[in-house]
Design a protein. Structure first.
Length: 152
């Protein structure tokens, strides 16, 4: 299981699930997780204000992060704008597993309004315990993406 630095953030749509996942990560999976906000519920907040700083931190540190909004899409789009980020939406267990084995994601995005707390916890656990396959075809594909990021 991954044991490096782990960051978590949400917007108002994912705030309650974020709080539950922090307890789960700390108490049941024995993770130290850094909450990057919001620290209180604010219905008017904007997901880029939390997704982008988390994505930058993950890319800089070669660590992992979890982002949550209502449908998972907004935080995923924002995070993937940051060089070095490979974010995917964990909408089920297979997605959580293959986004690591095939795509070596470093940010897991969750849809708070589309998955239960229990399902979200299972998705998080699966993502954290899954390793990149190192298969040649997956390495080759990731190198093509990396080349795109560095060809300015």
């Amino acid at each position: 299981m991954y044991k490096g630095s782990l960051y978590i953030a949400s917007d108002h749509g994912g705030y309650q699930l974020k709080k539950r996942l922090i307890r789960y990560l700390q108490n049941e999976l024995d993770f130290e997780v850094e909450d990057m906000g919001p620290y209180k519920y604010n219905e008017g907040d904007d997901y880029p204000d939390y997704a982008i700083p988390l994505a930058k931190k993950v890319a800089e540190e070669d660590s992992r992060g979890i982002l949550i909004c209502k449908n998972g899409i907004g935080v995923c789009v924002a995070a993937n704008k940051v060089k070095g980020v490979r974010a995917g939406i964990g909408y089920n267990m297979m997605a959580a597993e293959t986004m690591m084995t095939d795509d070596k994601t470093n940010i897991l995005c969750l849809a708070a309004k589309l998955t239960s707390e229990e399902h979200s916890m299972a998705i998080v656990k699966k993502w954290l315990e899954t390793e990149f396959s190192e298969k040649e075809r997956h390495v080759r594909r990731l190198k093509k993406i990396e080349k795109l990021e560095t060809s300015d």
